[in-house]
Design a protein around this ligand. Structure first.
Ligand code: GLN
Length: 475
């Protein structure tokens, strides 16, 4: 991956790249809307009058960025990849977007996604799938597939995505880039369209670990507009990702290898890359140990009960009265029905029905309450290994490499793409994916997870592994 700095990229260069890769029937379809004129004008004015923050040159002055289409922006529409919100423009801006712009970044466009962030391939977008820049016959992963493709194709070097169960890490793995989901509460969710509020996070994509750390450092921190956003100070995350000049940069770091993430569901070629990465970590001084997270196998059913339950409640607001498109009808009830059945796609409808079912009287205890109980057990598994001295966990990000567009048609098979990622959302811990090798030319992602609010240790380990893998490739 590129070693050039994030700050060396310009808005003009972004458009040259965009014109070459995104448009037309063979293009990536990574963007749903773009602001060419506005972004070029902003870059001219920033160049003429250098952007500063607190008297210092702003870290991202003039840097082009892309934003997933479920984060509210003032200029471009925010559609969530849905017909229901086609053309909808928000009256306010997401905090994460505002913080990037305050640092001098310029939003060039909104990126394609699975409708309302439900999916693992970006095929559930109402506006057509995004293609994987590494192999255009394949999916880029999802739901933040447009942002991942935009970074992997070099249109931008920093993009925002969102995660409820893996929607940043899994597309990062499929496209061969870095994707980070912070601790729940580290980044404000204000202006992120709600899917499942107890699991939703804003995350970042970049071409390397240090750029991702810088992006996260900029968007993190307390926000009075999000009651779940933590007031803990944000540590120097970029600094954590800068390699110490040492032969054993990870000396003494305790890395856990959760045995439940290395089962038969895992493609053996991906397992081989993970084993090789664990060997590298040992060679860098880490103490690698097997650990057990015994409730891991329950994570997928628990996630799909809780996410659907929360989604059925959050998506009730799309009634044709307040947002987006309205279905024409004489009566109110008929108007609701036309709006919702005409506006939502198949997967969103399935989740709303599933969520309504698990919350209904008579089933609530059997499904929703039970899933909440098991969620607590999954969280406790992580708390226990971190309390026992493990500092980071290392696992595969996804069980397979990017699959072909159209190849996974059974929704349950699609849900299994998330087996290694949903756990971190359920527990609220930070996690990230980075490229660790290739299988048949397709990128493979390795995942680090850390204790709540310990992104710094995660970045330190990731940067050391990235450096070791790059040196090996050069040798
Ligand atoms: N694939 C998962 C889902 O469909 C996760 C999506 C996400 O993280 N937004 O719910």
């Amino acid at each position: 991956m590129s070693v050039e700095s994030l700050q060396a990229h310009s808005v003009e260069a972004a458009w040259t790249q965009y014109d070459g890769v995104d448009a037309g029937p063979t293009g990536l379809n990574a963007f749903l809307s773009v602001d060419r004129e506005g972004s070029l004008a902003a870059s001219v004015s920033i160049a003429a009058e250098p952007h500063t923050r607190n008297g210092h040159a702003a870290e991202l002055a003039g840097v082009p960025v892309a934003v997933k289409d479920n984060l509210a922006t003032l200029v471009l529409p925010t559609t969530c990849g849905s017909r229901l919100l086609e053309g909808y423009v928000s009256p306010y801006e997401a905090t994460a977007v505002r913080k990037l712009r305050d640092a001098g970044a310029i939003v060039i466009g909104k990126t394609n996604m699975d409708e309302f962030a439900m999916g693992s391939s970006t095929e559930n977008s109402a506006f057509g799938p995004t293609k994987n820049p590494v192999d255009r016959s394949r999916v880029p992963g999802g739901s933040s597939g447009g942002s991942a493709a935009a970074v992997a194709a070099g249109v931008v070097r920093l993009a925002l995505g969102s995660e409820t169960g893996g929607s940043v890490r899994q597309p990062a793995a499929f496209c061969g880039i870095v994707g980070v989901k912070p601790t729940y509460g580290r980044v404000s969710r204000f202006g992120l369209v709600a899917y499942a509020s107890s699991l939703d996070h804003v995350g970042v994509f970049a071409q390397n670990v240090v750029d991702a750390a810088l992006g996260l450092e900029i968007i993190a921190g307390h926000d009075p507009y999000d009651a779940t956003c933590s007031s803990r100070p944000v540590p120097a995350l970029r600094q954590a990702a800068v390699m110490a000049d040492s032969k054993l940069p990870l000396a003494g770091l305790v890395v856990g290898r959760p045995v439940e993430y290395f089962t038969d569901a895992l493609d053996p070629r991906i397992r081989a890359h993970c084993d090789a990465s664990l060997e590298r970590l040992r060679a860098l001084g880490a103490d690698v140990r097997d650990v057990s997270l015994p409730h891991t196998s329950l994570a997928i059913p628990v996630y799909y009960v809780l996410a659907a339950a929360e989604a059925s409640s959050n998506l009730a607001r799309y009634d044709g009265v307040r947002y987006g498109r309205r279905g024409n009808a004489d009566g109110l009830r008929e108007m609701y029905e036309r709006t919702r059945s005409g506006g939502f796609g198949a997967e969103v409808t399935r989740r709303i029905l599933l969520g309504t079912y698990v919350l209904s009287a008579g089933y609530y205890d059997a499904y929703y309450r039970r899933a909440q109980t098991v969620r607590a057990l999954i969280t406790r598994d992580f708390e226990r290994v971190f309390a026992e001295g493990v500092q980071v966990l290392f696992t595969p990000t996804a069980p397979t490499p990017a699959f072909r567009i159209g190849a996974v048609s059974d929704p349950y098979d699609m849900y299994l793409s998330d087996i290694y990622t949903v756990t971190a959302n359920l527990a609220g811990i930070p996690a990230m994916s980075q490229p660790i090798g290739r299988v048949d030319g397709l990128p493979v992602g390795g995942q680090f997870m850390a204790a709540r609010f310990d992104e710094a240790t995660m970045f330190k380990a990731a940067a050391a592994l990235e450096d070791a893998l790059a040196r090996e490739a050069d040798a």
